[in-house]
Design a binder for this molecule. Structure first.
Ligand SMILES: Cc1cc2nc3c(=O)[nH]c(=O)nc-3n(C[C@H](O)[C@H](O)[C@H](O)COP(=O)(O)OP(=O)(O)OC[C@H]3O[C@@H](n4cnc5c(N)ncnc54)[C@H](O)[C@@H]3O)c2cc1C
Length: 506
């Protein structure tokens, strides 16, 4: 029998920006934060480079930011959620700055802002060049550790949810120091991040394997738009796992994409060339590489000698791989970067299961649609994390028996097989043959090792991609290149098992 304890407050799983924002906003209710890795490790938030998108400039408005978000999302963004994100953006950045995040400033003290792809204004607030994630998370972690209502437990891995007969979630099962501990709480906020660890080529920490999504689905939650996975076009191709990132801000600064012949190729794919939407650039790079022409980011002219000061993180990664970006083009490849889909929530983070909330990358509020606008995700984590924390804190304690719904473990060799198959068959370009092969493999791994959270998350992505017989945003089907009527995907695990995906017209 697992030990069972009770926490009189909100239980937050995940200590990235979404989880810590939820915990801070839960005050005065108590918040217990569980995370598998030490603070600021194993979370994408700490790795963010570009910064936080927000309409802070004199030439910008939340309406313009929301409009760019809707356009990038290729017909599937929920406009009212985009409006909410954009309107709360400037305040969210000021809040992070007040916590101590040392945002770069212009001479007059205003936030310095970079231009990134598909933004109509320079609106990405950056920190020490490309150090946004590290610096913001440092400030937020210090605030969380100092907050009297927050307790952080590292080394705690989510393995299941506690569910009542009526479907209400009243706690979690976690592996702590090798033991399974069941923790009851008034409400649970999942903030477990993305799915990069399901892919062989990824820019995210490998610990992020869609486990929150998989376990929420196992407990019966509705999952939305799982097939929409964003591939960052310019991961640095120096054979490292995960692949270091060359931030989009480099292209904003004028760095260009060339092939091994030294030719700029982006104008052949999109009129905005290097500043085309992320999915277009990722497919262009994929095509150039598949054709044997290679792909490189050339910042010699645009950044040159300023590289170590302006982009210290990218500079260090390149130098570590034997590339001096001041004088050499950087070899780049698309890599799994961000999950637009996730646990379906409303704007307060409520999922389809009472008592269960989700925020940040593991959630799907509908704000990203089929393609996330660059630098909207830190903002999403801050804004919707706080909203979810406040709403979860208002939940009353529930009585009634709770049973643990848990999944098994996926052995490391099986995970490796899955990652390779996901990159090959559910990557930048997809087709029915590859996706069917992938679903067969997932079935075989489930038969051999039982149902685990990563396999459930992978199944949602593959099944959603197979069912979506169109190309839209980051989802590109070589066998269905046209777009159909815009519609979001909503499915439970039961729907997926019955191959019965539901769509909602937007
Ligand atoms: C290299 C890189 C650069 C990026 N640059 C930017 C940028 O400039 N601007 C921007 O807006 N976005 C950027 N992003 C995306 C952005 O960083 C993320 O989408 C966002 O930070 C997600 O925040 P989160 O809190 O939802 O998840 P994360 O920050 O990933 O945190 C997830 C947390 O959940 C924990 N966890 C996961 N599984 C379990 C489990 N089973 N049990 C217990 N704990 C678990 C993890 O340990 C971690 O603490 C970037 C991403 C990457 C990878």
């Amino acid at each position: 029998m697992a030990e069972r304890i009770r926490h009189d407050g909100v239980l937050v799983v995940g200590a990235g920006l979404a989880g810590l924002s939820a915990a801070l906003a839960a005050a005065p209710a108590k918040a217990l934060v569980l995370t598998e890795t030490p603070l600021n490790q194993g979370c994408s938030s700490a790795w963010a480079q570009g910064g936080v998108a927000a309409a802070l400039g004199a030439d910008d408005t939340p309406a313009l930011h929301a409009a760019d978000t809707v356009t990038a999302g290729a017909g599937l963004v929920a406009p009212e959620v985009a409006r909410m994100l954009a309107e709360e953006g400037p305040e969210a950045v000021r809040r992070l700055a007040a916590l101590g995040a040392p945002f770069d400033r212009a001479a007059d003290g205003a936030f310095a802002q970079s231009l990134e792809a598909a933004h109509s204004r320079a609106r990405v607030a950056r920190v020490k060049g490309d150090q946004a994630g590290r610096e913001i998370m440092q400030a937020v972690s210090v605030a969380a550790l100092a907050a009297p209502h927050i307790q952080v437990r590292t080394g705690a891995r989510l393995v299941g949810l506690l569910r009542a007969d009526d479907g209400r979630i009243g706690g979690v099962a976690a592996r702590i120091d090798g033991q399974i501990v069941e923790i009851e709480a008034r409400a649970v906020v999942l903030a477990t991040g993305g799915v990069g660890g399901l892919y062989a080529v990824t820019t995210t920490p490998p610990e992020l394997k869609g486990e929150g999504l998989g376990l929420a689905a196992l407990a019966g939650a509705v999952i939305a738009d799982a097939e929409f996975v964003q591939f960052h076009p310019t991961a640095i191709d120096i054979g490292r796992d995960p692949a270091p990132l060359a931030t989009e801000a480099l292209r904003g600064e004028g760095a260009v994409l060339i092939n091994s012949r030294g030719e700029r190729f982006m104008a052949r794919y999109h009129p905005a060339a290097e500043l085309a939407p992320r999915d277009v650039v990722a497919r262009a790079l994929h095509t150039e590489r598949e054709a044997g022409r290679g792909a490189f980011l050339d910042a010699r002219e645009a950044v040159g000698a300023h590289f170590p000061d302006e982009f210290p993180g990218v500079f260090a990664a390149c130098m570590g791989g034997g590339i001096d970006p001041r004088v050499q083009p950087i070899p780049v490849a698309p890599a799994c970067h961000y999950h637009m889909g996730g646990i379906a929530t409303d704007a307060e983070g409520r999922t389809s299961l009472p008592g269960l909330y989700a925020a940040g990358e593991c959630a799907s509020t509908g704000v990203h649609g089929a393609n996330r606008l660059a630098s909207n995700s830190l903002l999403e984590a801050a804004v919707f994390g706080a909203r979810a924390g406040r709403a979860a804190a208002a939940e009353a304690a529930q009585a009634g028996p709770l049973a643990a719904v848990t999944a098994g473990e996926l052995p490391a060799p099986a995970l490796k097989t899955l990652r390779e198959a996901m990159s090959r068959d559910a990557g930048v370009m997809r087709d029915a043959q590859g996706l069917t092969r992938l679903l067969d493999l997932i079935g075989a791994l489930e038969a051999a090792h039982g149902r685990s959270a990563p396999l459930i998350a992978a199944r949602f992505i593959a099944a959603g991609a197979l069912a979506r017989r169109e190309s839209r945003g980051a989802h590109f089907r070589t066998d269905f290149t046209d777009s159909q009527q815009p519609r979001r995907t909503f499915a439970t695990l039961g729907d997926i098992d019955r191959q019965d995906l539901r769509y909602a017209a937007e």
